[in-house]
Design a protein around this ligand. Structure first.
Ligand SMILES: CC(C)(COP(=O)(O)OP(=O)(O)OC[C@H]1O[C@@H](n2cnc3c(N)ncnc32)[C@H](O)[C@@H]1OP(=O)(O)O)[C@@H](O)C(=O)NCCC(=O)NCCS
Length: 197
Protein backbone atom coordinates (compact mmCIF):
# COMPACT_ATOMS: atom_id res chain seq x y z
CA UNK A 1 0.00 0.00 0.00
CA UNK A 2 1.36 3.45 -0.86
CA UNK A 3 2.10 6.04 1.81
CA UNK A 4 1.46 9.64 0.77
CA UNK A 5 2.69 12.70 2.69
CA UNK A 6 3.18 16.42 2.17
CA UNK A 7 5.48 18.60 4.25
CA UNK A 8 7.86 21.52 4.28
CA UNK A 9 11.42 20.82 3.14
CA UNK A 10 14.03 22.33 5.47
CA UNK A 11 16.94 20.58 3.81
CA UNK A 12 17.41 18.38 0.76
CA UNK A 13 19.62 15.32 0.68
CA UNK A 14 21.26 14.27 -2.59
CA UNK A 15 18.50 11.64 -2.95
CA UNK A 16 15.82 14.31 -2.41
CA UNK A 17 17.36 16.53 -5.09
CA UNK A 18 17.55 13.57 -7.46
CA UNK A 19 13.86 12.82 -6.83
CA UNK A 20 12.89 16.46 -7.42
CA UNK A 21 14.91 16.50 -10.66
CA UNK A 22 13.29 13.25 -11.85
CA UNK A 23 9.81 14.56 -11.04
CA UNK A 24 10.46 17.96 -12.65
CA UNK A 25 11.96 16.40 -15.79
CA UNK A 26 8.95 14.16 -16.27
CA UNK A 27 6.54 17.09 -15.71
CA UNK A 28 8.45 19.24 -18.20
CA UNK A 29 8.46 16.45 -20.80
CA UNK A 30 4.73 16.03 -20.24
CA UNK A 31 4.28 19.66 -21.30
CA UNK A 32 3.33 21.16 -17.96
CA UNK A 33 6.63 22.18 -16.45
CA UNK A 34 7.02 25.40 -14.56
CA UNK A 35 8.38 27.65 -17.25
CA UNK A 36 10.83 25.19 -18.76
CA UNK A 37 9.76 23.83 -22.12
CA UNK A 38 12.56 21.26 -22.30
CA UNK A 39 14.38 19.71 -19.34
CA UNK A 40 17.49 21.79 -18.62
CA UNK A 41 20.85 20.06 -18.02
CA UNK A 42 20.67 17.97 -14.85
CA UNK A 43 23.35 20.01 -13.04
CA UNK A 44 21.35 23.19 -13.61
CA UNK A 45 18.18 21.58 -12.31
CA UNK A 46 20.03 20.36 -9.22
CA UNK A 47 21.35 23.88 -8.58
CA UNK A 48 17.85 25.25 -9.00
CA UNK A 49 16.41 22.99 -6.26
CA UNK A 50 19.30 23.62 -3.88
CA UNK A 51 18.94 27.36 -4.56
CA UNK A 52 15.25 27.38 -3.64
CA UNK A 53 16.10 26.60 -0.02
CA UNK A 54 18.59 29.45 0.10
CA UNK A 55 16.02 32.13 -0.70
CA UNK A 56 14.60 33.46 2.59
CA UNK A 57 11.26 34.42 1.06
CA UNK A 58 10.66 30.94 -0.42
CA UNK A 59 9.19 27.94 1.32
CA UNK A 60 9.35 24.59 -0.42
CA UNK A 61 6.68 21.97 0.22
CA UNK A 62 7.22 18.48 -1.12
CA UNK A 63 4.83 15.64 -1.80
CA UNK A 64 6.08 12.10 -1.25
CA UNK A 65 4.99 8.62 -2.19
CA UNK A 66 6.56 5.87 -0.14
CA UNK A 67 9.25 8.33 0.95
CA UNK A 68 10.21 9.49 -2.55
CA UNK A 69 9.53 13.10 -3.58
CA UNK A 70 7.16 13.19 -6.56
CA UNK A 71 6.00 16.83 -6.58
CA UNK A 72 6.30 20.19 -4.91
CA UNK A 73 4.96 23.71 -4.52
CA UNK A 74 6.50 26.95 -3.32
CA UNK A 75 5.05 29.77 -1.26
CA UNK A 76 6.81 33.01 -2.08
CA UNK A 77 6.52 36.06 0.15
CA UNK A 78 7.80 39.58 -0.55
CA UNK A 79 11.19 40.74 0.74
CA UNK A 80 11.14 42.61 4.07
CA UNK A 81 11.72 46.01 2.44
CA UNK A 82 8.50 45.64 0.47
CA UNK A 83 6.28 46.63 3.36
CA UNK A 84 3.23 47.34 1.23
CA UNK A 85 3.17 43.69 0.11
CA UNK A 86 3.71 41.91 3.42
CA UNK A 87 0.16 40.53 3.38
CA UNK A 88 0.54 39.17 -0.17
CA UNK A 89 2.06 35.84 -1.18
CA UNK A 90 2.32 33.77 -4.33
CA UNK A 91 2.05 30.04 -4.95
CA UNK A 92 4.35 28.95 -7.71
CA UNK A 93 5.83 25.81 -9.29
CA UNK A 94 3.03 23.61 -8.00
CA UNK A 95 3.56 20.37 -9.86
CA UNK A 96 3.29 16.61 -9.53
CA UNK A 97 5.08 14.03 -11.69
CA UNK A 98 2.63 12.71 -14.30
CA UNK A 99 2.78 9.17 -12.91
CA UNK A 100 1.86 10.37 -9.40
CA UNK A 101 -1.12 12.53 -10.35
CA UNK A 102 -4.68 11.98 -9.28
CA UNK A 103 -3.86 11.05 -5.68
CA UNK A 104 -4.70 14.45 -4.21
CA UNK A 105 -1.07 15.52 -3.79
CA UNK A 106 -1.52 18.91 -5.49
CA UNK A 107 -4.50 19.53 -3.25
CA UNK A 108 -2.39 18.74 -0.16
CA UNK A 109 0.50 20.87 -1.44
CA UNK A 110 -1.86 23.80 -2.03
CA UNK A 111 -3.32 23.39 1.45
CA UNK A 112 0.18 23.31 2.94
CA UNK A 113 1.03 26.58 1.15
CA UNK A 114 -2.19 28.21 2.34
CA UNK A 115 -1.65 27.11 5.94
CA UNK A 116 1.89 28.49 5.91
CA UNK A 117 0.62 31.74 4.38
CA UNK A 118 -1.94 32.08 7.15
CA UNK A 119 0.70 31.46 9.78
CA UNK A 120 2.66 34.36 8.28
CA UNK A 121 -0.38 36.62 8.48
CA UNK A 122 -0.86 36.69 4.70
CA UNK A 123 -4.23 38.02 3.56
CA UNK A 124 -4.11 37.34 -0.19
CA UNK A 125 -2.51 34.68 -2.35
CA UNK A 126 -1.97 35.60 -5.99
CA UNK A 127 -0.96 33.21 -8.72
CA UNK A 128 -1.03 32.85 -12.47
CA UNK A 129 -1.28 29.94 -14.89
CA UNK A 130 -1.27 29.37 -18.61
CA UNK A 131 -4.81 28.96 -19.89
CA UNK A 132 -3.76 25.56 -21.27
CA UNK A 133 -3.06 24.25 -17.75
CA UNK A 134 -6.58 22.93 -17.35
CA UNK A 135 -5.90 20.70 -14.35
CA UNK A 136 -4.27 23.58 -12.47
CA UNK A 137 -7.16 25.91 -13.32
CA UNK A 138 -9.63 23.34 -12.04
CA UNK A 139 -7.52 22.81 -8.92
CA UNK A 140 -7.28 26.49 -8.01
CA UNK A 141 -10.88 27.30 -8.85
CA UNK A 142 -11.98 24.40 -6.62
CA UNK A 143 -9.97 26.10 -3.85
CA UNK A 144 -11.86 29.35 -4.34
CA UNK A 145 -9.24 31.27 -6.33
CA UNK A 146 -10.94 33.97 -8.40
CA UNK A 147 -9.79 34.79 -11.91
CA UNK A 148 -9.48 38.59 -12.04
CA UNK A 149 -7.90 38.95 -15.45
CA UNK A 150 -6.20 37.42 -18.43
CA UNK A 151 -3.18 38.42 -20.44
CA UNK A 152 -3.42 37.34 -24.10
CA UNK A 153 0.36 37.68 -24.44
CA UNK A 154 1.30 35.64 -21.37
CA UNK A 155 3.66 33.04 -22.85
CA UNK A 156 5.01 31.71 -26.12
CA UNK A 157 5.24 27.93 -26.49
CA UNK A 158 6.49 26.31 -29.69
CA UNK A 159 6.09 29.59 -31.55
CA UNK A 160 2.47 30.03 -30.46
CA UNK A 161 1.35 32.64 -27.98
CA UNK A 162 -0.70 31.46 -25.04
CA UNK A 163 -2.93 33.50 -22.79
CA UNK A 164 -2.49 33.46 -19.03
CA UNK A 165 -4.97 33.70 -16.20
CA UNK A 166 -4.39 35.67 -13.02
CA UNK A 167 -5.98 34.44 -9.82
CA UNK A 168 -6.37 35.79 -6.31
CA UNK A 169 -7.75 34.38 -3.08
CA UNK A 170 -8.67 36.19 0.13
CA UNK A 171 -7.48 33.88 2.91
CA UNK A 172 -9.53 35.78 5.46
CA UNK A 173 -12.75 34.45 3.94
CA UNK A 174 -13.98 31.02 5.03
CA UNK A 175 -11.44 28.76 3.42
CA UNK A 176 -11.83 25.44 1.76
CA UNK A 177 -9.36 23.82 4.12
CA UNK A 178 -12.07 22.39 6.35
CA UNK A 179 -14.29 21.33 3.50
CA UNK A 180 -11.53 19.59 1.56
CA UNK A 181 -10.48 17.70 4.66
CA UNK A 182 -13.94 16.14 4.69
CA UNK A 183 -14.25 15.67 0.93
CA UNK A 184 -11.79 13.18 -0.52
CA UNK A 185 -10.38 13.92 -3.97
CA UNK A 186 -12.74 12.82 -6.76
CA UNK A 187 -9.95 10.99 -8.51
CA UNK A 188 -8.33 9.61 -5.37
CA UNK A 189 -10.80 6.79 -5.08
CA UNK A 190 -10.19 5.71 -8.68
CA UNK A 191 -6.44 5.87 -8.30
CA UNK A 192 -6.54 3.91 -5.05
CA UNK A 193 -8.54 1.31 -6.93
CA UNK A 194 -5.92 1.26 -9.69
CA UNK A 195 -3.09 0.96 -7.16
CA UNK A 196 -4.77 -1.97 -5.47
CA UNK A 197 -5.09 -3.90 -8.74
C1 LIG B 1 -2.09 20.60 -11.77
C2 LIG B 1 -1.41 19.41 -11.07
C3 LIG B 1 -0.38 19.97 -10.10
C4 LIG B 1 -2.47 18.57 -10.34
O1 LIG B 1 -1.80 17.54 -9.62
P1 LIG B 1 -2.57 16.26 -8.99
O2 LIG B 1 -1.76 15.77 -7.85
O3 LIG B 1 -2.89 15.30 -10.06
O4 LIG B 1 -3.92 16.93 -8.48
P2 LIG B 1 -4.88 16.34 -7.35
O5 LIG B 1 -4.96 14.85 -7.49
O6 LIG B 1 -4.47 16.88 -6.02
O7 LIG B 1 -6.29 16.94 -7.75
C5 LIG B 1 -6.78 18.09 -7.07
C6 LIG B 1 -7.77 18.79 -7.97
O8 LIG B 1 -7.12 19.31 -9.14
C7 LIG B 1 -8.02 19.24 -10.26
N1 LIG B 1 -7.47 18.32 -11.26
C8 LIG B 1 -6.39 17.54 -11.11
N2 LIG B 1 -6.15 16.87 -12.25
C9 LIG B 1 -7.12 17.22 -13.12
C10 LIG B 1 -7.42 16.89 -14.45
N3 LIG B 1 -6.66 16.03 -15.15
N4 LIG B 1 -8.48 17.47 -15.03
C11 LIG B 1 -9.23 18.36 -14.38
N5 LIG B 1 -9.00 18.72 -13.09
C12 LIG B 1 -7.97 18.16 -12.49
C13 LIG B 1 -9.34 18.74 -9.69
O9 LIG B 1 -10.07 19.87 -9.23
C14 LIG B 1 -8.88 17.91 -8.51
O10 LIG B 1 -9.84 17.74 -7.53
P3 LIG B 1 -10.86 16.47 -7.60
O11 LIG B 1 -10.00 15.25 -7.72
O12 LIG B 1 -11.60 16.54 -6.33
O13 LIG B 1 -11.69 16.69 -8.81
C15 LIG B 1 -0.72 18.48 -12.10
O14 LIG B 1 -1.65 18.12 -13.10
C16 LIG B 1 0.51 19.09 -12.74
O15 LIG B 1 1.61 18.94 -12.22
N6 LIG B 1 0.33 19.77 -13.89
C17 LIG B 1 1.45 20.40 -14.58
C18 LIG B 1 2.04 21.58 -13.85
C19 LIG B 1 1.05 22.70 -13.62
O16 LIG B 1 0.19 22.99 -14.45
N7 LIG B 1 1.20 23.38 -12.46
C20 LIG B 1 0.36 24.47 -12.05
C21 LIG B 1 0.91 25.81 -12.34
S1 LIG B 1 2.54 26.10 -11.77
Amino acid sequence: MSNQTVGKAYELSDANVADLCDAAESAILDGGGFGWLRPPPRALLERYWRGVLLVPERELFVGRFDGRIVGSAQLVRPPKNNEAHQQIATITTNFVAPWARGHGLARDLTMACERAAKRHGVWFINLDVRETQKAAIQLYESFGYECWGTNPNYAVVNGKKIAGRYYTKDLRKVSKLKRSAKTPSRKKAGVKKALNK
